[in-house]
Design a protein around this ligand. Structure first.
Ligand SMILES: Cc1cc2nc3c(=O)[nH]c(=O)nc-3n(C[C@H](O)[C@H](O)[C@H](O)COP(=O)(O)O)c2cc1C
Length: 202
């Protein structure tokens, strides 16, 4: 099993990394795991140039993210982890997500129904991604309340499905143990991550 891990937190000893480590502990011993730290990489934002809808099937920007996007096509699982910053993913994680746009084939708008909705299975047919790639989306937030920032895990996984990831799993780290020691629920997230790692192993 090949796993690509992309981390959008610069805190190597922080919560997103702790959850990802627990997930990786759960993976089978022979899993090939490659990890990338977005904070240490050059990563320019999407230009909206639409080259990926004409000239090329890939993102035209050449930087440290280029080989990572290539690697997704060889992977069984993509893990993206991010802290919650001002109610959303970190800037680094957002750049990574925006440039996944190249996975949509040029005519992907045809996947939308006339009333503006999206038919998931139809959308899938406009993806350039091979079938069967799974996505694990990890977020970590200071607030311990489940309903705070739940929209992040409500919105992005839908887009990941439209992009062609066949199964999308979410793990939320609630309550930063340093900021809110009395309210922290990180242990729950670590346990969920270990279990999911085992479940995804084959
Ligand atoms: C710039 C910045 C913005 C933040 N914004 C939020 C926020 O909107 N909501 C929240 O619950 N926590 C917020 N936090 C706290 C982090 O989400 C929290 O500490 C998280 O667990 C950090 O993850 P990490 O250790 O993986 O970096 C913010 C922290 C920083 C540095």
């Amino acid at each position: 099993m090949k796993v690509t891990v992309v981390n959008g937190s610069a805190r190597i000893k922080g919560n997103s990394h702790a959850i990802v480590n627990a997930l990786c502990e759960g993976f089978a011993e022979d899993a090939e795991i490659k990890s990338y730290e977005l904070s240490k990489m050059t990563n320019s934002g999407c230009l909206g140039c639409m080259s990926c809808k004409g000239k090329t099937e890939r993102c035209i920007i050449q930087d440290d993210l280029t080989p990572v996007y290539e690697e997704i096509h060889e992977s069984d699982v993509l893990v993206l982890a991010s802290p919650v910053y001002f109610g959303d993913v970190s800037g680094q994680a957002k750049i990574f997500i925006d440039r996944l746009y190249h996975l949509f084939a040029p005519d992907f708008h045809d996947g939308f129904d006339p009333e503006g909705g999206v038919i998931e299975e139809k959308m899938r047919s406009y993806s350039r991604l091979k079938r069967g790639v799974k996505f694990v989306f990890v977020t970590s937030q200071g607030a311990a309340m489940e309903d705070m920032y739940a929209d992040i895990q409500g919105r992005y996984p839908l887009f990941f499905k439209y992009l062609g990831f066949d199964e999308v799993y979410s793990i939320r780290g609630l309550g930063d143990p340093i900021a809110f020691p009395e309210a922290n629920r990180m242990e729950d997230a670590l346990e969920q991550a270990r279990e999911l790692g085992k479940r995804l192993s084959f």
